[in-house]
Design a protein around this ligand. Structure first.
Ligand code: ADP
Ligand code: MG
Length: 151
């Protein structure tokens, strides 16, 4: 089982799209094992986007992610990282494929509704930034067999 960190960014909260976006992940079969509604501090945001430090979009992206509350979640499934990125669509809303979250709900380059970890290494680091071990609940989904088929 793989885990990925998902953030419903301030525009998703303000546009009241949290339920719609969570549904995309749930309907696909990804399991929510942690969730937290919170305000990200500037310090945490700078750590979260540390890989982008020095790029022209770093500062405005930090300002954006701290501009209002967010919903942070950990999703679990076999291949969760790549599956979540596919469901999200490519970075810019105006460019993302219809059928994806960013493609269906946004037009902006920066205000793209959702964050998802992009590799096993970043997923582990990002999950540790937002959650302690006790905050992640390893429970059995009763529909697991029906979602995964042959497991
Ligand atoms: P992704 O979120 O798809 O992994 P990146 O990690 O490259 O994309 O960028 C992090 C975030 O920074 C993006 O989700 C977006 O909000 C913002 N961003 C990235 N590139 C740009 C850009 N050229 N202009 C405006 N905002 C950007
Ligand atoms: Mg990224």
């Amino acid at each position: 089982m793989e885990r990925t960190l998902i953030i419903l960014k301030p525009d998703a909260v303000q546009r009241q799209l949290m339920g719609a976006i969570i549904s995309r992940f749930e309907q696909k079969g990804l399991q929510i094992v942690g969730a937290k509604f919170m305000q990200i501090s500037r310090e945490l945001a700078e750590r979260h986007y540390a890989a982008h430090k020095g790029k022209d979009f770093f500062e405005p992206t930090v300002n954006y992610i701290i501009s209002g509350p967010v919903l942070v979640m950990v999703l679990q499934a076999k291949g969760a990282i790549a599956i979540a990125r596919k469901l999200m669509g490519t970075t810019f809303g105006f460019d993302a494929e219809p059928g994806t979250i960013r493609g269906d709900f946004g037009l902006s380059s920066r205000f793209n509704l959702v964050h998802g970890s992009d590799s096993p290494e970043s997923a582990e680091a990002e999950i540790n930034l937002y959650f302690s071990d006790e905050e992640l609940i390893d429970y059995e989904l009763t529909n697991r067999h029906w979602v995964f088929g042959n497991v």
